[in-house]
Design a binder for this molecule. Structure first.
Ligand SMILES: O=C(CO)[C@H](O)[C@H](O)COP(=O)(O)O
Ligand SMILES: [Fe+2]
Length: 221
């Protein structure tokens, strides 16, 4: 995996929800690699977004990889509805319950990719027993629930530790980072080992989405 070429995953949390389909089409047209979709329940995190019905409607706006970030508890009852709605990957929080192993197996049984997410307070080794089952490890660089928060540089050491764990596993696992990712913080997380940059404000908060995506990727137009 070439960490010099990060994948860019715009987070629709910062998009205009009144025209979410068009917002997704726009970043697709401007070179996004994945579409990051935050699912919040008002229980695991103090905010709410959308369920599978909305995801299903959005599916017709882009063929890009739909990267679904569950911030919900419980996880298991919502896996199948989101798979049926068109998720390509579901990543859920290790903090959301005691049965992460079973939930990962459940996601993979549908033939889609499975990921695990760590809150800032959770140590890297919390996922050591499930690393063999994951396609994606998402390290939160803010506390989950809201866009537009300040990047927590304390998470850089965790990104390094996870990168080392991934190297040792010998498996091809994406290392995603989410929260406060912009042109200042992107080089830091890439250097630490991340290869998927999830970004809400620094893409959807900019007037030119294409320029914002290129800037994050480190290329020039
Ligand atoms: O999972 C999330 C929040 O819980 C979002 O994906 C994340 O916050 C993106 O927003 P920003 O780039 O503005 O920080
Ligand atoms: Fe997210």
């Amino acid at each position: 995996m070439d960490i010099r070429v990060p994948l860019i995953a715009p987070s629709v949390l910062s998009a205009d929800f009144a025209c979410l389909g068009e917002e997704i089409r726009a970043v697709d047209k401007h070179g996004a690699d994945w579409i990051h979709l935050d699912v919040m329940d008002g229980h695991f995190v103090p905010n709410m977004t959308f369920g599978p019905v909305v995801l299903k409607s959005l599916r017709s706006y882009s063929k890009l990889f739909f990267d679904v970030h569950f911030m919900i508890e419980p996880v298991d009852p919502f896996i199948e509805p989101f798979v049926q709605a068109g998720a390509d990957q579901i990543s859920f929080h290790i903090e959301a319950g005691p049965h992460a192993h079973r939930s990962l197996q459940h996601i993979k049984s549908f033939g889609i990719k499975a990921g695990i997410v760590l809150c800032p307070a959770t140590p890297a080794n919390a996922i050591s027993e499930v690393i063999d089952l994951v396609d994606n490890i998402l390290i939160m660089t803010v506390n989950p629930g809201f866009g537009g928060q300040k990047f927590l540089s304390s998470q850089l050491a965790k990104i390094r530790a996870i990168h080392e764990m991934v190297q040792k596993s010998g498996r091809s696992i994406h290392i995603s980072v989410d929260g406060g990712i912009n042109v200042q913080t992107a080089p830091l997380v890439i250097e630490a080992g991340a290869n998927v940059l999830i970004a809400g404000t620094s893409i959807y908060g900019q007037p030119d989405y294409g320029q914002a995506i290129d800037a994050l990727r480190g290329t020039k137009k």
